[in-house]
Design a binder for this molecule. Structure first.
Ligand code: MG
Length: 165
């Protein structure tokens, strides 16, 4: 139910996403490095520090936080057996034709325009292995987090490209 006086908890959402990513073994510096590797050919003046500083800005966007919270919670709920069948098996087996993980991620990647979307597609095909290694615990369900990480890096690529345009 819509409550007019609800104040959106942006800081809490940011803290939740960053802390959950840390718990899942993700180092934000690694994400900044990935964006640097993808964009430095096009942006010769780019630095890794600049990528990191922009990453922190990107991660404060409400559009990113909303989808990230949903993605991270769906992985957790599935892992803890809180999701009913057939959805549980679909998520657990990362079924290729499911597509909701990618849909949540693509919405993040397009925050800064189409450059983010093309970068997301590239990472989805080529860099999946690299993204996957950020989930260091094989006990975890990774269906949403891998796409989420690709999307965060992709959105950052879009932001950096526009900054220099
Ligand atoms: Mg996935």
């Amino acid at each position: 139910m819509l409550k007019q006086d609800f104040k959106y908890p942006d800081t809490k959402a940011y803290d939740f996403v960053v802390q959950t990513l840390q718990k899942r073994g993700v180092d934000l510096h690694d994400l900044a490095q990935m964006a640097y590797d993808l964009q430095s050919d096009f942006l010769p003046d780019l630095t890794v520090k600049e990528c990191y500083d922009n990453l922190i800005q990107v991660m404060h966007k409400r559009e990113l936080l909303n989808n990230a919270m949903v993605a991270l919670e769906l992985d957790r709920l599935c892992e803890e057996g809180q999701i009913k069948e057939p959805l549980e098996s679909i998520i657990k087996n990362d079924a290729g034709v499911f597509g909701v993980d990618e849909a949540l991620a693509i919405q993040i990647s397009e925050i800064y325009g189409t450059i983010g979307v093309t970068n997301f597609g590239y990472m989805d095909r080529v860099k999946k292995g690299i993204i996957r290694k950020y989930d260091r615990d094989p006990q975890h369900v990774n269906t949403f987090i891998d796409d989420l990480l690709g999307a965060i890096v992709a959105a950052l690529c879009g932001k950096l490209a526009h900054k220099y345009a």
